[in-house]
Design a protein. Structure first.
Length: 318
């Protein structure tokens, strides 16, 4: 007689100080497991973690792990600097698989502490092929390497406003580069007064609505990123995207097909914004169609299936 195996416990860790794309993606992976019959995700939070509406785990606060006990899990899910937490508890057995989500190309930078973790044995999942390639080039990876391109929850996106109903001509998402954001706003207001520059954190739902109210969205990432979700989110709500190259966005930002990718300079970004705002209707629709198709290809459902396929074979992979 066959018996169903109990779900395997996968332990996460978060130090949630403020909302970020990195936390959002870990929440997605947690949710992928929560919706599976084969796994039970559990998460331990640092004492400094903030519990507010920005925290995706807020409704699950009382279900959080009270003790960081990696040796009692069936598998560990680590991201960022979580490796350092293994030094603060009894070390897990080597038989316990470690899944390591890699969300940035900086993991390959020898000057970054995250680079030192590459010698630790793990099943690594990279959020873009650009991240995976950077890691391969280090020749220091201990364990198998997979790429699961980031997905977004299309059901979470607001219903896309018609172009003529959008109240903001140009939105500048400049949280990561506020000085340049203000300079761009000043220059672009010479063309239209309906320019808004964001340089402070907004609740996620407000940020998505800002994207949906804008015709053109200029996104200012760090010079290097692992993926850069806001550009994909802007595509999903039907905005015209202007986003400089940041390495990780090369897998889904295609200049002239679904967005504009100017050089990361004031002049080049201004020129790209003016061009995108001035497109004739047919050219604009061609790019918007391309961006929507890109968003569809990066669904959370696809990400979930690819991740669970790895997890269900984790015993053999490890």
């Amino acid at each position: 007689m066959a018996f169903n195996q109990p779900p395997k416990k996968v332990l996460f860790h978060r130090n949630f100080r403020r909302f970020s794309g990195g936390h959002l993606k870990v929440w997605h992976y947690y949710s992928h497991l929560k919706g599976s019959n084969d796994f039970t995700p559990a998460c331990y939070f640092s004492e400094e973690s903030i519990w507010n509406e920005d925290n995706p785990w807020l409704a699950l606060k009382e279900q959080r792990e009270k003790i960081w006990s990696p040796q009692n899990a069936d598998a560990l899910f680590l991201a960022g600097k979580d490796w350092m937490l293994l030094k603060k508890a009894a070390p897990p057995s080597r038989r316990i698989p470690v899944v390591n989500l890699i969300q940035h190309v900086r993991h390959a930078d020898p000057a970054d502490i995250r680079s030192s973790f590459l010698s630790n044995r793990a099943v690594r999942i990279c959020v873009s092929e650009q991240v995976a390639q950077c890691l391969r080039e280090t020749r220091r990876i201990n364990g198998p390497l997979f790429t699961v391109s980031n997905g977004i929850d299309l059901d979470e996106m607001p219903i896309s406003n018609e172009w003529t109903q959008r109240s903001t001509d140009i939105l500048i998402a400049g949280l990561k580069n506020p000085v340049l954001a203000m300079e761009l706003a000043e220059r672009l207001r010479e063309m239209t007064s309906a320019v808004e520059a964001l340089s402070t954190h907004l609740p996620r739902w407000q940020f998505l609505e800002k994207l949906n109210q804008s015709k053109v969205v200029i996104l200012l990432p760090n010079k290097t990123e692992g993926f850069f979700l806001p550009a994909l989110e802007a595509m999903a709500v039907g905005a015209m995207v202007v986003c400089p190259d940041c390495i990780g966005n090369r897998s889904f930002c295609i200049d002239g097909i679904n967005c504009f990718m100017p050089d990361y300079t004031l002049l080049d970004i201004v020129q790209a914004a003016v061009k995108s705002f001035s497109l004739i209707a047919s050219d604009r629709q061609r790019l918007l169609t391309g961006s929507w198709q890109t968003a569809l290809q990066h669904s959370l459902f696809r990400e979930k299936n690819e991740f669970l396929a790895i997890m269900k074979n984790l015993g053999n992979i490890w």
